[in-house]
Write a protein that binds this ligand. Structure first.
Ligand SMILES: [Zn+2]
Length: 293
């Protein structure tokens, strides 16, 4: 069975059809079941050992949150869950836990909570970047419980959706070996699979073939979809593939990698190379390939 990718999973019912109803949302945010998870400095609040996400009651956030700045994430179990950007003094939430970065949380939270924090941080980051209409330059405002924005100019009224940037990531194999490369600024000895953003007018399989060829000069044949992973750093969606190489001579063409090599399964199980971070889809691609032996 394929292992679950960290941050992925439809654990929350986003209620896309209901969240457009402002009066329904206004009642929901005031209901005793409503829970709130604050984001401060791109970090989420967790508590306990092992840590769990802190879901605060309304009374705990009254002094640090405005209703119209909250974002409705959806139903998380029986709770309607909202997030908000904590810009007030975070000391007012002292005793409720500690704020941690998403990369750390992905390794320690249960799958459903990791999905929830990735979802919250992705939307908070989008709102921080999305302030003005790209058509007319007018100020934009949140709508649909913070899941969209609209242009406030009555002549324009453009609806703006959160941006998600598709990026391919691929394990290329050749016989018993896999193609792994490293960038100059990575931790020593760490190697990973080839990755890159999908360009306009490009299919996913075309992006896989282009990125592998640009970075390593390797031509690939059949491309197969593996799985995907939300990667909100700030807004990527990693689309994982496997591909078979048609050639084997590596030439570092575009300067993105400082090294790329063919590694055997035996080498991948040894201290060198260091494999990608445990929570990344790159590691899942390598692990799946190791398991195929
Ligand atoms: Zn506009």
């Amino acid at each position: 069975m394929k292992k679950h990718n960290v941050f992925a999973g439809a654990f929350i019912d986003r209620l896309g059809h209901k969240r457009q109803d402002r009066s329904w949302l206004n009642n929901l945010i005031k209901s005793p079941d409503a829970r709130f998870t604050p984001v401060w400095n791109h970090k989420c609040l967790v508590d306990g050992d092992p840590p769990h996400i802190t879901l605060l009651k309304r009374s705990a956030v009254n002094s640090v949150m405005y209703d119209n700045e909250s974002i409705f994430l959806g139903m998380f179990g029986k709770y309607p869950v909202f997030t908000f950007s904590l810009i007030a003094d975070k000391a007012k939430l002292s005793g409720q836990g500690k704020f941690h970065e998403l990369r750390y949380l992905g390794g320690v939270l249960p799958a459903d909570e990791a999905n929830l924090v990735a979802h919250a941080i992705a939307l908070i980051k989008w709102h921080q970047l999305q302030k003005f209409c790209s058509l007319c330059g007018s100020v934009t405002q949140p709508d649909s419980g913070g899941n969209t924005q609209y242009c406030t100019s009555s002549k324009c009224g453009k609806i703006i959706f959160p941006s998600v940037d598709p990026a391919i990531i691929v394990l290329v194999s050749h016989g018993n070996k896999a193609l792994l490369g490293r960038q100059a600024n990575w931790p020593q000895d760490q190697y990973s699979t080839v990755a890159g953003f999908v360009e306009p007018g490009e299919s996913l399989e075309d992006a896989v073939k282009r990125e592998v060829f640009e970075e390593t000069n390797i031509e690939v044949g059949k491309v197969r979809y593996h799985s995907s992973q939300p990667w909100p750093f700030p807004s990527s969606l990693m689309l994982g593939f496997t591909a078979e190489a048609l050639s084997s001579e590596i030439i570092l063409k575009d300067g993105e990698l400082e090294d790329a090599r063919w590694f055997s399964r035996e080498q991948c199980r040894s201290p060198f190379p260091k494999l990608p971070f445990r929570i990344s889809i790159a590691r899942q691609l390598v692990n799946s390939w190791l398991d195929q032996e």
